[in-house]
Each structure stands twice: as C-alpha cells, then as structure tokens.
Design a protein around this ligand. Structure first.
Ligand SMILES: [Cu+2]
Length: 150
C-alpha cells in the first residue's frame, strides 16, 4: 500500500510541466503604473520562466538616470535581472541568451515601444534591433552595437 502511494506520487511529479520544477529567474521591473504594455511584457516574461516583481513609479526618468540608460535607447520600463539591465520590450529569449552567455556589458535595450515586440502585439514593419548597453559610455557619434534582431 505504501509503495503504491509512493509510485503514484512519483508519477504525479513527473507529469508536472518542466517550468514548475525549474526555479523561476527573478526580475525587478520598474514601470509607470499607467503603461499597459509593461504589464503584458511582465506576463510574457513569466510565461518564459521568470518571476517578475513589478515596481510602480511615475518617475521613470530617475530610474533611467540611475541605471545609465542613454536617451536614444530608452524603452518604457527598466528591468533588472541577473546583474544586467534590460530596458524596454526585449523578448525573453534574448534575456535568456544574455544570462547564459554573460557578456561583459551593462545590459541590452529595445528603444521605444515598437509594435511587434512582446507587450505590443501586432505586425512588425521591419526587423527590430536590440542594442548593447555598454559599461562605459560610447563616444558621441559612434554607431551603437546591435545585440540581436527579431
Ligand atoms: Cu509599457
């Protein structure tokens, strides 16, 4: 009788979907409470193995300043994950790649709120570029480095 219960319990565990067993990766996400796409973006991350702590603020400017996001790279929210800054609606797979490869950069950013990014569902008019946020400021006029496109 005891053995059978054990077997049943083991089977139950195996039937669980994998993400439930793997620990979710914690993300801190600073957002404006009135921005709708950030909530959808948080959901997108959660569906891809992250656990998101949302922090509402109406002063995103000081967040951008604090984490050193150049204006041209600014997205509508700022996320902190695994020691990196991820600004804007960067798809989860690029965040996973960043955490896997651990490049010596500050983070990555998808500027603006482009349609076709997670949280801004719709058809893309062109491929969207994700930029590298360098640890030290790049020379004015230097071409920004692209981390990836989708
Ligand atoms: Cu948003």
């Amino acid at each position: 009788m005891k053995r059978r219960n054990f077997a049943a319990a083991t089977l139950g565990l195996l039937a669980m979907p994998l993400p439930a067993l793997a620990a979710a990766i914690p993300v801190k996400l600073f957002k404006n409470p009135n921005c709708f796409c950030c909530d959808l973006y948080a959901k997108h991350l959660e569906q891809n193995g992250f656990s998101v702590e949302k922090i509402d603020t109406t002063d995103m400017d000081s967040i951008k300043q604090k984490y050193g996001i150049p204006e041209r790279f600014e997205g509508c929210h700022t996320a902190l994950v695994g020691g990196y800054v991820v600004d804007g609606l960067v798809p989860a797979r690029f965040v996973q790649q960043l955490l896997r490869e651990k490049p010596p950069i500050k983070g990555i950013a998808l500027p603006g709120m482009p349609v076709g990014a997670p949280g801004m569902e719709g058809p893309k008019s062109r491929p969207l570029d994700i930029y590298v946020l360098a640890r030290s400021p790049i020379a004015p006029g230097a071409a920004p480095k692209v981390y990836g496109s989708f």
